[in-house]
Design a protein around this ligand. Structure first.
Ligand SMILES: Cc1cc2nc3c(=O)[nH]c(=O)nc-3n(C[C@H](O)[C@H](O)[C@H](O)COP(=O)(O)OP(=O)(O)OC[C@H]3O[C@@H](n4cnc5c(N)ncnc54)[C@H](O)[C@@H]3O)c2cc1C
Length: 488
């Protein structure tokens, strides 16, 4: 049994010697890990590794690999039971609540989808992808790794298929194949933690059709493979990630980091390839990946919103409004939105189906509904948070002003709260609310598009329902109003 510690994880990231284009230049190695815009994400992930060693969390976070029987982290496990799926939602909620943001240990969500699809491809085509997938997951578990899901292609004109784009690299593609492996060219956008993860799990962002065979590629690439170039994203509040500021960012310790990842002719050996050209299986892979991943939203966004609800309640208390009826009602609405997201995730897990040789895959309609509900609910949560907190979210002076001796006494006086709560407490809580709503840790962006857009979930739900259960509902409606047969 090997369970990585936070310290070992940080050392891994230093050893991987990532290169990152940021602030107009290029940095590498330790400078990436210690960069003020990257470090908070490294710290967040390191904290999840340390959680695995906490005595009180061992039963909660650890399990046995169904491949080897070895004790492993649940963040590398392939869900085999409904209980495993529910636990996945719960550990995500726990971790996100503890750090106040995305805990980023969710690439293993892809594993049942990967196993189920590779098995089907092998049965139809005589390929060996399933064995590759099994061996890869065993390696991932044994080394207790973290992966970055590399799915989102640039996509150019969204209405054109991959092979119809004027630039052939608008979707990541295979440009060479030989006896040893394949070569990838293109890019993946919006990559969370690409310089904070050991591995990239590369998969198509959409279903591909005949003619787009070069784009039907699924494989695993070491995060620092030759030819990978990471270009840092620009964030709102980037300027607050500075050494001389302590709390102006709202969540001083933890934060995200996203990149554009360029694949400049990256070689991948065959044993790490799980799909290469089998265009007719891209729909199965993409849909099952969505079904496996999206119930986790019911833990992810809820853990994050738990912190938002707590911050808003704390703010109402120091504002003296916590017991005012409309504030209580609004806090209760926030709780209701949050628990609705959670319930959707749990329901998708409870109604899961076992895929032979793979694992438990949540119900596709309920899974997509979880993400769709979350993509809207978070905006209600944010609206209510802003309502209760007031204009201070966008108008509070900076920490530097709070610390300027010439004016600090004014701010200490005019931002003091009920029961003599110090102004700095009000400011810190407001900054956290700002972080979670409109700032560097805003949960709305991750809920709107992270893991697939609400619209993509809606389309999937429609097509998964279009035959059944929609048609039996039509028959029921007709029977009840007297234009259908009674026996139906
Ligand atoms: C915080 C965050 C973290 C993320 N992390 C990752 C990550 O780690 N890995 C990763 O791979 N991706 C990641 N993503 C990307 C995410 O999966 C995508 O943003 C999402 O799938 C939407 O794709 P897009 O951004 O290209 O938007 P688009 O696909 O351009 O969508 C924009 C709008 O256009 C509509 N649209 C698009 N195409 C069509 C069409 N053909 N017909 C009709 N309407 C269409 C969509 O429905 C949507 O309403 C992350 C995103 C965010 C915001």
């Amino acid at each position: 049994m090997y369970l990585k510690t936070g310290e070992e994880y940080i050392q891994d990231m230093i050893d991987m010697n990532f290169e990152l284009y940021i602030d107009g230049g290029k940095i590498s190695g330790k400078s990436v890990v210690n960069h003020p815009k990257v470090k908070p994400m490294i710290k967040a992930i390191a904290t999840t590794y340390d959680m695995q060693h906490e005595e009180k969390l061992k039963d909660f976070l650890l399990t046995k690999s169904h491949f080897t029987g070895e004790t492993i982290s649940r963040w590398t496990h392939v869900a085999q039971t409904v209980e495993d799926l529910i636990r996945k939602v719960d550990i995500t909620r726990y971790a996100n609540r503890r750090i106040g943001m995305c805990s980023f240990r969710c690439v293993h969500n892809a594993f049942p989808a990967l196993l189920a699809t590779t098995k089907k491809i092998d049965e139809a085509k005589g390929t060996h992808y399933y064995k590759n997938a099994v061996e890869y997951i065993k390696y991932f578990q044994k080394k207790d790794l973290i992966g970055c899901p590399a799915m989102t292609d640039p996509k150019g004109d969204r209405l054109l298929k991959a092979h119809e784009q004027s630039d052939p690299d608008m979707y990541l593609r295979v440009v060479e194949k030989d006896r040893d492996g394949i070569v990838l060219r293109g890019a993946k956008l919006c990559q969370t933690g690409s310089v904070c993860a050991h591995e990239k799990f590369v998969a198509p962002s959409t279903t591909h059709y005949p003619g787009s065979e070069d784009y039907a590629v699924c494989c695993a690439v070491p995060g620092n493979a030759k030819g990978i170039k990471n270009i840092s994203a620009r964030y709102s509040q980037d300027d607050r990630r500075r050494e001389d500021l302590e709390w102006d960012i709202g969540n001083p310790k933890y934060g995200f980091h996203e990149t554009v990842v360029i694949f400049d002719d990256v070689f991948v050996p065959w044993e790490r390839v799980f799909m290469c050209g089998e265009v007719e299986f891209t729909g199965m892979l993409v849909n099952l990946l969505g079904a496996c991943h999206r119930p986790t939203t019911g833990g992810c966004k809820t853990g994050w919103s738990d912190v938002l609800i707590g911050a808003v309640q704390a703010y109402a208390e120091l504002n003296g409004t916590a017991n005012v009826s409309h504030v209580r009602e609004k806090i209760t609405d926030m709780i209701s939105y949050n628990e609705t997201m959670y319930s959707c995730g749990i329901a998708a897990c409870v109604k899961a189906t076992y895929y032979e040789g793979a694992g438990m895959i949540p119900d596709i309609i309920l899974a997509n509904n979880t993400k769709y509900v979350a993509s809207k609910a978070v905006y209600e949560l944010i609206r209510l948070a802003e309502d209760i907190t007031g204009g201070i979210i966008t108008t509070l002076p900076s920490e530097k002003e709070f610390k300027n001796p010439e004016i600090a006494h004014y701010l200490a006086r005019f931002y003091a709260g009920a029961n003599e709560t110090p102004a700095e407490h009000r400011a810190r809580i407001v900054r956290l609310i700002e972080n979670l709503t409109y700032g560097a840790g805003a949960l709305c962006h991750s809920a709107a598009h992270g893991g697939g857009s609400g619209q993509a979930c809606k389309i999937t739900m429609y097509y998964a329902s279009k035959g059944e259960p929609l048609q039996s509902r039509v028959r029921d409606a007709k029977r009840i109003c007297g234009i259908g047969k009674e026996e139906e």
